[in-house]
Design a protein around this ligand. Structure first.
Ligand code: PEP
Length: 256
């Protein structure tokens, strides 16, 4: 009933050596056949220092894998020591960039305003943002998870036009499920994916909302991905820990 092509994106976080990164992409490319990659888009999100090698490998061997960065600067260039611009990522052939991951919000104090500026920088440089939203445990315990997550969505999309919003990827990632082994139930994932789509419809209209891919993220593994992917509003997964194992991530991508 949907024409949205599922996206399985592997967030490697700050893991792997340079050689391990190359080996992982090679192994992944050999594990997934054309048939798999026709049904599902598969992307890897390596640390910045591995992007050049991943680009070279994917280009040279014509692997049908997408890749992207885990963050970007809201600025175009200049005196921002240690930061990486959208232009730099675009030049390395990135399709995607993660924006507003909960680890950035937590350890780098990223606000909704900064997240909104990064989203605009991503579009400016031709990158597709994978916007992460989701509530911490206390908020879920108070049953304010929908409101909290939608407020993050509103903040991130502030000032963004419909044309750009139509190509965004939104990942619902409840903080209590990230890296904890505690996965949300398929119903939890569907509840928030539907709420996110409904809010997109309110902001941009039903046509835009129908195009946006909404992912679930938080302790996704090969053993729990199927019922989550069966939910009508869930269009893929953002996978952390399980994405740095090629066999496991290939199984996740072949969930069907
Ligand atoms: C993530 O980093 O986006 C994530 C979902 O991590 P994990 O799969 O390890 O919970």
């Amino acid at each position: 009933t949907t024409t949205r092509r599922p996206l399985m994106a592997g967030n490697w976080k700050m893991n792997l050596t340079h050689l391990e990164a190359i080996a992982l992409v090679q192994k992944l490319a050999f594990s997934l056949n054309d048939d798999d990659l026709e049904k599902v888009e598969v992307a890897v999100l390596p640390p910045f220092t591995d992007l050049r090698s991943v680009q070279t490998l994917i280009d040279a061997d014509r692997y049908n894998l997408a890749y992207g960065g885990q963050d970007l600067s809201p600025q175009d260039s200049g005196a921002y020591t240690g930061d990486i611009s959208g232009a730099m990522l675009a030049k390395l052939g990135c399709t995607y960039v993660v924006v507003g991951h909960s680890e950035r919000r937590q350890y780098h104090a990223e606000t909704d305003e900064l997240v909104a500026a990064k989203i605009k920088a991503a579009y400016k440089h031709g990158l597709t943002p994978i916007l992460c939203v989701g509530e911490p445990l206390e908020v879920r315990q108070e049953n304010r998870h929908v409101e909290h997550t939608l407020a993050q969505l509103d903040g991130a999309l502030d000032g963004l036009g419909a044309e750009q919003a139509a190509s965004i990827v939104v990942a619902y990632e409840p903080v209590w499920a990230i890296g904890t082994g505690e996965v949300a139930t398929p119903d939890d994932a569907q509840e928030l994916a539907a709420a996110i789509r409904e809010r997109l419809a309110k902001l941009y209209g039903a046509d835009v909302a129908a195009k946006v891919r909404v992912l679930y993220g938080g302790s996704v593994k090969a053993s729990n991905v199927k019922p989550i992917m069966e939910q009508p509003d869930v269009d893929g997964a953002l996978v952390g820990g399980a994405s740095i194992n090629a066999d496991e991530f290939a199984l996740i991508a072949r969930y069907h």
